[in-house]
Design a binder for this molecule. Structure first.
Ligand code: 5GP
Ligand code: MG
Length: 194
């Protein structure tokens, strides 16, 4: 574990995916996405699911040597000091110059857990009649992910634990940890499961 962030890392119980593992895998995923781009003569619309995906997105797109347009969509299923999902809601559709009609769209999300968020985001995208839709997630909890919600590009399968880092938060914090980690149980002590 890097010693560069002792204030954050003192709360970390264990690291599940290291900074180097993430960097290597994100590059591989970008290569796969580039190779599978349905029509390189057209820009790929990349739709970032806020907030947890912003770090993944920033690294991923810098490895994509293709034409692309960026859009964002806000979705949340956990709120405040909670590790218990309350079901997803699209909390904000940002005004974006990106029109998805007849475009190839790639949804970028941080983690596929129950799949409820991605199901809703995908429905929202499909309502706009894109030419194609694919999804990439950095993480998946395979024990929980339902059959009907699939991601075409998956970074890592992880155990069913509440993780933070590399964009993922607990109560709004820890997004800036460079690795994917599980916090010490006492950090979740305020969890009221709202
Ligand atoms: P789902 O709707 O698939 O259950 O949950 C998806 C969303 O919940 C993710 O996009 C992410 O924002 C949040 N989420 C799910 N699992 C975790 C986790 O282990 N840690 C954190 N920080 N967020 C999670
Ligand atoms: Mg999310």
């Amino acid at each position: 574990m890097p010693t560069s962030a002792p204030i954050l890392n003192k709360h970390v119980e264990r690291v599940l995916v290291s900074q180097q593992q993430i960097a290597d895998r994100v590059k591989e995923m970008a290569d796969e996405i580039t190779a599978n781009h349905p029509d390189p003569s057209e820009p790929l619309v990349i739709l970032c699911v806020l907030n947890g995906s912003v770090v993944f997105l920033a690294d991923l797109i810098r490895h994509l040597p293709i034409r692309m347009l960026l859009g964002v969509i806000g979705a949340s299923s956990y709120s405040g000091k909670s590790t218990v999902s309350k079901g997803p809601s699209i909390w904000h559709r940002m005004h974006s110059p990106v029109d998805m009609k007849d475009k190839h769209v790639l949804i970028v999300d941080d983690i596929l857990d129950s799949g409820n968020t991605l199901r809703l985001v995908r429905q929202t995208v499909e309502e706009q009649n894109p030419k194609s839709v694919a999804t990439t997630v950095l993480l998946r909890k395979p024990d929980k992910a339902p059959q009907d919600v699939e991601a075409e590009y998956i970074g890592f399968d992880i155990e069913d634990a509440f993780v933070v880092g590399y964009g993922l938060d607990y109560a709004g914090e820890f997004r800036n940890l460079p690795h994917i980690a599980v916090l010490k149980p006492e950090c979740y002590a305020d969890d009221v499961g709202e």
